[in-house]
Design a protein around this ligand. Structure first.
Ligand code: NAD
Ligand code: TYD
Length: 353
């Protein structure tokens, strides 16, 4: 078991990052966890109020694109581990603004790699740079087959192209300089604190408010959904026990066509909101398809299951109910993140196209 004592987690105020930060702060009281986040529209310190006062936790506001700042931070804290999650993460936004994705996801990652390389010189065997990536780098599957760690990269959206590029840089620093790195590529996550621009929280928010639930195209696209805490547990395991230089695929073996997922969600919401069965389904509205919409993602996670003993803890129906319960109990969180910038985004994305 790798024993790292000063761990930088980037993007820790975001959806997945906040679950990773919470897990590490609670499970490793002997390690210091530094959460670096720029607090973009997607970053929210309300996600972490339960652990913000813990003695092994520090939050730093800053931008991974600012190389001087990143270098200074590495000097100040002498990290021996990095878990890099900070990124622009939404495909639709990447279609409107690809450059922002290249800058944050590629340049930001290179800045962190450079700082690690400089500061870890001579002690590579006691450090680790863990890069959190996505299954979207593998492109789009037809109706059969799975992405394995050997599948060739074939990114098709500006988001996945930027993540693929960052993955390539991470592996380039391993092969060229021997930097100790690891990558995991995970399928679609869902759960508490998910920003309501992504399918599941957006649908929950709209159903709750009796607003149309936008389904792109015919709703035939397939995603493989994993509960966010199961992703955090896989990262924890690979970070501590995985092999340097390796890639691990993480996924739920849980494929759903979007339309079927939304129908299930409508049933759950009817039950939770005491509505007559079938009420929420009437809100489903088919809208113009996403440009270049990848048909299907599905992960083969047998490597991390066999080599490290990871497996998902929740079946989807349980996880979805837990998620709906969280959103219904956290009105303030949802209201806070759906004001201001969100209203503008929503109008441009759904009402003006
Ligand atoms: P998110 O958008 O919810 O959070 C991203 C976080 O990064 C935010 O807190 C934001 O403030 C921060 N950030 C953005 N730009 C920054 C910058 N320049 N400097 C510092 N911080 C910055 O994203 P997420 O869904 O939690 O995804 C986290 C990571 O996991 C990403 O790298 C993403 O590609 C990857 N991933 C996501 C999924 C998914 O289903 N959401 C699946 C697989 C992999
Ligand atoms: P999303 O949550 O944006 O994740 P990703 O594009 O990274 O997989 O979208 C999940 C699926 O849902 C994807 O096929 C696009 C579709 N979708 C809709 O049908 N309607 C929506 O309003 C959104 C946001 C997504």
């Amino acid at each position: 078991m790798r024993d790292l004592k000063t761990i930088l987690i980037t993007g820790g105020a975001g959806f997945i990052g906040s679950h990773v930060v919470r897990r590490f702060v609670n499970n490793y009281p002997g390690s210091r966890i530094i959460n670096l986040d720029k607090l973009t529209y997607a970053g929210n310190l309300e996600n972490l109020t339960d652990i913000e006062k813990k003695p092994n936790y520090t939050f730093v506001k800053g931008d991974i694109v600012d190389s001087a700042f990143v270098d200074k931070l590495f000097l100040e804290y002498a990290f021996d581990g990095v878990i890099h999650l900070a990124a622009e993460s939404h495909v639709d936004r990447s279609i409107s603004n690809p450059t922002e994705f290249a800058v944050t996801n590629v340049i930001g990652t290179i800045n962190l790699l450079n700082a690690a390389k400089k500061n870890w010189h001579g002690k590579y065997d006691t450090c680790l740079f863990y890069h959190v990536s996505t299954d979207e780098v593998y492109g789009s599957l037809r109706t059969t087959g799975y992405f394995t760690e050997e599948t060739s990269y074939d990114p098709r959206s500006p988001y996945s192209a930027s993540k693929a590029s960052s993955d390539h840089f991470v592996m380039a620093y391993y092969h060229t300089y021997g930097l100790p790195v690891m990558i995991s590529n995970c399928s679609n996550n869902y759960g508490p604190n998910h920003f309501p621009e992504k399918l599941i929280p957006l649908a929950i928010h709209n159903i709750k408010n009796n607003k149309p639930v936008p389904v792109y195209g015919k709703g035939e696209n397939v995603r493989d959904w994993l509960y966010v805490e199961d992703h955090a547990s896989a990262i924890d395991l690979a970070f501590h026990k995985g092999k340097v230089g390796e890639t691990y695929n993480i996924g739920g073996h849980n494929e759903w066509k979007n339309i079927e997922l939304i129908r299930l969600l409508c049933q759950v919401m009817d039950k939770k909101l005491n509505r007559t069965e079938g009420t929420s389904k009437k809100l489903i509205t088919f809208v113009k398809d996403r440009a270049g919409h990848d048909l299907r993602y599905a992960i083969d996670s047998s490597k991390i299951q066999k080599e490290l003993g990871w497996k998902p803890s929740l079946v989807f129906e349980q996880g979805l109910e837990k998620t709906v319960d969280w959103y219904l109990a956290n009105d303030k969180w949802l209201n806070d993140v759906t004001t201001g910038e969100y209203q503008k985004y929503y109008k441009e994305q759904y009402e003006e196209r």
